[in-house]
Write a protein that binds this ligand. Sequence first.
Ligand SMILES: [Zn+2]
Ligand SMILES: [Zn+2]
Ligand SMILES: [Zn+2]
Length: 372
Amino acid sequence: MGSSYDETPMVVAKDAPVPPPLPSAPLTTAVKTTLGRRSCCVSAAASESWDRLFDDAYRADVSIYTSGDDIIYAHSSILGLASPVFRGMFNRKRRSNKPFSVPIRGVPAEAVRVFIRFLYSSRYEEHQMEEHILSLLVLSHAYVVPRLKRECEDQFERKFLNAENVVDVFQLALLCDAPRLSIICHRIILKSFKAASSSEAWKAMKMSHPVLEKELLETVNDEANRQKDKEKKAKDRKIYLELYEAMEALVHICRDGCKTIGPHDKVFNEQQGPCNYESCKGLESLIRHFAACKLRVPGGCVHCKRMWQLLELHSRLCIDSNICKVPLCKSLKEKTRRQKKKDDMMWKTLVKKILRTKSITGAPYFSLAAAL
Ligand SMILES: [Zn+2]
Ligand SMILES: [Zn+2]
Ligand SMILES: [Zn+2]
């Protein structure tokens, strides 16, 4: 007899029932469908029963007094189970054998009815939620019903938040400790500040919570500055990329020639293929002007000045001036090396920014060396 303890149950109990399959065993489609349907039907039927219990108030022992003196009848066991606040309230009153009476005022009677029904069956009608969602959020917080609170937050987020009500909901979310909802409201306020700040709710907030208004305005300002900063960076980036492309186009014109200008050491090929550089056209007319301008001195005409700047930038970016075909590349490089210009730092910063911007977009080096 003692030895049987060492044996496995399967061996000892010869007439034991066949064990159910292990949880990992896959269910057949038929079984899955039946189970799914049944659980769904059971859930709906149960909800119906809970709703009926609430509607019929059968053996109800709680009277809830609402605004407008409507009375809602309910069961202390259901309310106590759904909310720790009700539970505490009923535990305190249990000593006297009178029926419980609970006042819930300050919100519409209909909202209280929707709230209590939710405690029974977790159900509500769409239009009731839409109409009373603010009150339901408050009630869910006051009576500690996290399920309903989550439902309200979710409904606000997906359907009911707009520029008109966002300020009210924001304040309520702060009061009701609903951090996700308050963050979403804050984002909407920043995004549609004009509409939100001209709403009635904003005016009321300004009167009742001036500190909150001040804080909101500060965040709006911060956001505007951040946005400006972002736009400026994007603009700068565009300029640096354009300059980089102009530098590539300059090398391309001087080395291969483009539509109207050929390289000085080769015969001009008039049957050029299509040019891929956007800045070529402008650059060609600038080069033609530079070659012909009578005021061709540094700091001369505005176009020549621009050309000098482009040539200087090129010489600072150019990897090998000995094999470079761009005019003045080598002499400008040597000139830079000889003289310590005051604006040397400025040029260095510009070169660094151009190369860094270009490297972000995927071309790590100035392509002069590779192109030669
Ligand atoms: Zn070209
Ligand atoms: Zn000129
Ligand atoms: Zn060069």
